[in-house]
Design a binder for this molecule. Structure first.
Ligand code: OGA
Ligand code: NI
Length: 358
């Protein structure tokens, strides 16, 4: 293991503690350079753009005969890298329950949460920073990160015991997320011209990985100067985001604009991660996104990450390499790949770009 990842470079301060201190100014570390500061939600050049909304209800009888849905998802992954799904089959009781237990967790006294403080070695636990570079700019958010799959790396010792139902509900939510991601993987396999099981097989079949980050964005006295989560693309395969449906915050890059996602109650937001961009030789795009915060309301989101088996070298599939589109990325395992974000923190699309050195 890389020696840089043994510990954080400076003491970690929970953003929640700063927010609750009542200060009207945010510390300098959270102030972003002018070019990175948020645009006000809804002001993206006055245009009413939104990520596609896709009804998965039609897939209930099996994915094979649903050309229209396959087409819609494929177009969304090419044009946006993001879409919202409705009628996704995930049990809404479980959705409500998982939001409930994690809202409760973040309300626990700070000393309780700090007992589960994480280190950059695995990131599991309660944390407030991504990346280990000293003096780097920080984001206005705390999080809880945990591993779900493979079973051998799931470590309950690092999970909260309070609230009592947290483990059971989070595991059930995780199972439902795996099912949803596997449906999307089937759709993407077919839309690229392969058998339904193709992409999952490329990800390592039954040995895929899964982890979750619960993001907690406290209210912020100067939201125009900072970000809840800086621009990044997700390093893994697919992400399913359960976003707070009362408080918008997620923005997705579209050309030079940032488009604010207006969550639909009951919907889930799905996006393509870097590993799908690599496997598909950039047919599908892992798109930059970021989070803005606000003065009035805290926001909670749950990001579920569906990832390839971590020690499998991944590279563009040969059927998608053509004369017009040569192989864009070199092979790398996910273990190697995610070291980058673990060290540097969110840094736009620089990571997948760095794979281009062929
Ligand atoms: C993430 C992420 C968005 C959000 O956790 O990778 O992009 O709205 N989260 O919290
Ligand atoms: Ni993300």
């Amino acid at each position: 293991m890389d020696s840089l990842l043994h510990d954080w470079p400076e003491p970690v301060v929970a953003v929640q503690s700063i927010a609750e201190s009542g200060s009207t100014l945010i510390p300098n570390k959270y102030v972003k350079p002018a070019a990175d500061r948020p645009t006000v939600p809804g002001s993206s050049a006055g245009r009413e753009l939104s990520i596609p909304i896709i009804d998965l209800g039609k897939l209930a009888g099996g994915v094979v005969d649903c050309r229209a849905v396959i087409r819609a998802i494929s177009d969304a992954c090419r044009d946006w890298g993001f879409f919202q799904v409705v009628n996704h089959g995930v049990d809404m009781e479980v959705v409500r329950a998982v939001l409930g237990v994690w809202r409760e967790f973040f309300k626990l006294p700070m000393e309780e949460k700090k007992k589960l403080a994480n280190s950059p070695r695995t990131y599991e636990g309660y944390g407030s920073r991504l990346g280990v570079e000293k003096d780097s700019s920080l984001d206005w958010g705390d999080y809880f990160y945990l591993h779900l799959l493979p079973h051998c790396i799931k470590n309950f010792d690092k999970w909260p015991t309070v609230p009592g139902a947290c483990r059971e509900i989070t595991e059930e939510y995780g199972r439902q997320m795996v099912n949803l991601c596997e449906t999307v993987m089937k759709v993407l396999s077919m839309s690229l011209g392969f058998d339904v099981g193709f992409l999952k097989e490329k990800f390592g079949g039954e040995e895929i990985g899964a982890c979750m980050r619960v993001n907690y964005y406290p209210t912020c006295p100067q939201p125009e100067l900072t970000l809840g989560l800086s621009a990044h693309s997700d390093p893994g395969g697919l992400t399913v985001l359960l976003a707070d449906d009362r408080v918008p915050g997620l923005q997705v890059r579209k050309g030079n604009d940032w488009v604010t996602v207006n969550p639909i109650p009951g919907a889930l937001i799905i996006n393509v991660g870097d590993q799908i961009q690599v496997l598909s030789n950039a047919t599908y795009k892992s798109v930059e996104h970021r989070v803005v915060v606000n003065e009035a309301e805290e926001r909670l989101s749950i990001a579920f990450f569906y990832n390839p088996k971590s020690d499998l070298p991944l590279e563009p599939v040969k059927e998608l390499i053509t004369q017009d589109r040569p192989q864009l990325y070199r092979a790398m395992t996910f273990n190697e790949y995610r070291l980058y974000i673990r060290k540097k923190g969110p840094s736009g699309k620089t990571q997948v770009e760095s794979l281009k050195a062929m």
